[in-house]
Design a binder for this molecule. Structure first.
Ligand SMILES: [Zn+2]
Length: 87
């Protein structure tokens, strides 16, 4: 299931790739897309920060995937932020 490297990441794709990113095991092209998404997405920037804090607290990367309801909650916060703070 290869995707064209020119395609932008979605927030969900970024969340799925975040452990690989933090382990520096992403392919260069994916890492580039990851960084490009981070540069324009405050939600994912915050998410990455939270992930780093989690790793610091646990002492290692959490290997289990994000529970869907937790992801939905995070994305819900993001939608509210966008409503609360227009560009
Ligand atoms: Zn995002």
């Amino acid at each position: 299931m290869a995707t064209p490297s020119s395609q932008d990441l979605t927030c969900q794709e970024l969340v799925e790739l975040v452990t690989d990113y933090l382990e520096e095991s992403l392919a260069a092209a994916d890492r580039e897309r990851f960084d490009a998404h981070l540069a324009m997405c405050p939600f994912c920037t915050t998410y990455l920060d939270q992930m780093r804090q989690t790793i610091r607290a646990l002492g290692h990367l959490p290997r289990e995937s994000i529970p869907p309801e937790e992801l939905e909650q995070l994305l819900g916060h993001f939608r509210r932020w966008r409503h609360a703070s227009p560009p």
